[in-house]
Design a protein around this ligand. Structure first.
Ligand SMILES: C[S@@+](CC[C@H](N)C(=O)[O-])C[C@H]1O[C@@H](n2cnc3c(N)ncnc32)[C@H](O)[C@@H]1O
Length: 346
C-alpha cells in the first residue's frame, strides 16, 4: 500500500505515473505523502463517498489516483491545453492500442483532419520526420474516443524530445551528422528517439492503456478554464477535497515551457505572452477566489512557499479560509522550501 490508509497499491500508482502527462512544476513526486495525509484527514469518509476536484490538474496524476481508488466523483481542470488533451484521453479516450497507434504513426497517406503541416511552424524545435509523425496521430481521422487517445499519444511522442533540463531546445541544423557533432548540445537522445518511432509509440501506448485501465470512477468532469472562472461554478456538495495549486512563481514560465506543445495543439505558432499580474498577485488572486467559493467543511489541498511568496505568506492566506488538518514542509530543490497542506474550510 502507498499509504497506511489510502486504498491504492504502490504498483498502481507507478502505473499512473507512467500514464501521466510529464511536466515541470508537478507535485507528482510527492503523491505518496499527500495521499497518506488525505486518507488520515478524511478517514471518517469512505473514499467511495469522497469527491476530488482538481482546479490545477497539470500532470493529471492526482485525479487519476482518486479515480483509480474509486472516488465518488472526479473533476479535472486546468487552463493549459496540454492537460486538456491528456485528461480527455486518460478519462474518456478509447484504450490506447499499441498496434493501432503504431500503424497510424506509420501511415503517411492515411486521411487526416484538415491541418497545416506542423513542421512549417515548429522546425526550430522538431525535425520534419518527428513533426510528421505527430500530425499523423494528432490529426488522425478516427472514431472520437480513439482520436482523443491518439492525440495524447502524439503529445507524449513529442514531449519525449524535450530535454529534462532545458525543455525543447533550438535546432541549429536538421542534419543528423551535424547534430551528432555538436559539441555544445548532446542530441544523441533526440536522434535515438527519432530513429525508433514504432518502438516508442508502442511503449507510450502501453503506458497510457495501463493507466486508462486502472481508473474506476465513472463520474468524471473535464473542464478547461481559469480557476478564477470555474471555481464558483462547480458543485461541491457532499464530502469533497479540492486541490488548489496554481503556479507559485507566475504563469509565464509555464507559457514558455508549453509553447511548443500548445503550438502543435493549436496547429500554429502560439506567441509567448506575459501575465499582467505579478507572480505574487496572480497566486493570491487565484487562491483567494478558489477558496472563497468552497462551502464550509470542504477539504482543500494547497501548496506554496517555493515561489514568489514565502511559506508563511501562503499559510496566512490559506488560514484566512480554513483550519489546517495536515501541514508538511518539503525541499523540492536545494535552497527552495515549500509548504503543502490539507485544510478544512471554515
Ligand atoms: C504547479 S502546477 C500544478 C500541477 C498539478 N498539481 C500536478 O501535480 O501536476 C500549476 C498548474 O496550474 C495551471 N494553471 C495556471 N494558471 C491557471 C489558472 N488560472 N487556472 C487553472 N489552472 C492554471 C498550469 O497550467 C499548471 O498545470
Amino acid at each position: 500500500m502507498t499509504a497506511p490508509d489510502f486504498p491504492l497499491a504502490a504498483d498502481t500508482l507507478a502505473t499512473l505515473r507512467r500514464a501521466m502527462l510529464p511536466m515541470d512544476g508537478s507535485i507528482a513526486d510527492h503523491a505518496e505523502p499527500i495521499l497518506a495525509a488525505v486518507a488520515a484527514a478524511t478517514q471518517a469518509v469512505p473514499l467511495a463517498d469522497l469527491a476530488y476536484v482538481d482546479l490545477t490538474a497539470g500532470s493529471c496524476l492526482l485525479p487519476m489516483a482518486f479515480a483509480a481508488a474509486g472516488a465518488r466523483r472526479v473533476v479535472v481542470n486546468d487552463t493549459a491545453s496540454r492537460t486538456q488533451v491528456a485528461a480527455q484521453a486518460l478519462f474518456g479516450g478509447a484504450p490506447a492500442d499499441a498496434e493501432t497507434m503504431v500503424r497510424r504513426a506509420a501511415a503517411a497517406t492515411a486521411p487526416r483532419r484538415q491541418h497545416v503541416a506542423s513542421f512549417r511552424f515548429i522546425a526550430d524545435h522538431l525535425t520534419r520526420d518527428v513533426a510528421e509523425i505527430f500530425d499523423r496521430l494528432y490529426f488522425a481521422l478516427a472514431p472520437a474516443a480513439e482520436a482523443m487517445t491518439a492525440r495524447y499519444v502524439a503529445l507524449r511522442w513529442v514531449l519525449g524530445f524535450a530535454d529534462d533540463e532545458d525543455g525543447f531546445r533550438i535546432l541549429m541544423t536538421h542534419d543528423p551528422a551535424q547534430l551528432r557533432a555538436d559539441d555544445e548540445e548532446d542530441w544523441r537522445g533526440f536522434l535515438d528517439r527519432a530513429r525508433r518511432p514504432s518502438e516508442i509509440i508502442a511503449a507510450v501506448s502501453r503506458d497510457i492503456a495501463a493507466g486508462q485501465g486502472a481508473l474506476r470512477t465513472r463520474d468524471v468532469a473535464i473542464l478547461h478554464g481559469d480557476m478564477r472562472d470555474v471555481a464558483g461554478a462547480i458543485d461541491y456538495s457532499g464530502p469533497t477535497l479540492v486541490a488548489v495549486n496554481p503556479p507559485t512563481n507566475g504563469v509565464d514560465e509555464y507559457v514558455i515551457d508549453d509553447q511548443v506543445v500548445h503550438s502543435l495543439i493549436a496547429n500554429r505558432l502560439v506567441p509567448l505572452t506575459k501575465c499582467g499580474e505579478s507572480a505574487a498577485a496572480f497566486w493570491r488572486s487565484r487562491v483567494e477566489i478558489a477558496l472563497d467559493a468552497l462551502p464550509r467543511g470542504t477539504f482543500f489541498l494547497v501548496w506554496g512557499g517555493d515561489g514568489a511568496l514565502s511559506s508563511e505568506d501562503c499559510r496566512a492566506t490559506w488560514t484566512r479560509f480554513g483550519d489546517p488538518v495536515h501541514l508538511a514542509t518539503v525541499v523540492p530543490s536545494p535552497g527552495r522550501h515549500a509548504l503543502w497542506g490539507i485544510f478544512r474550510r471554515r
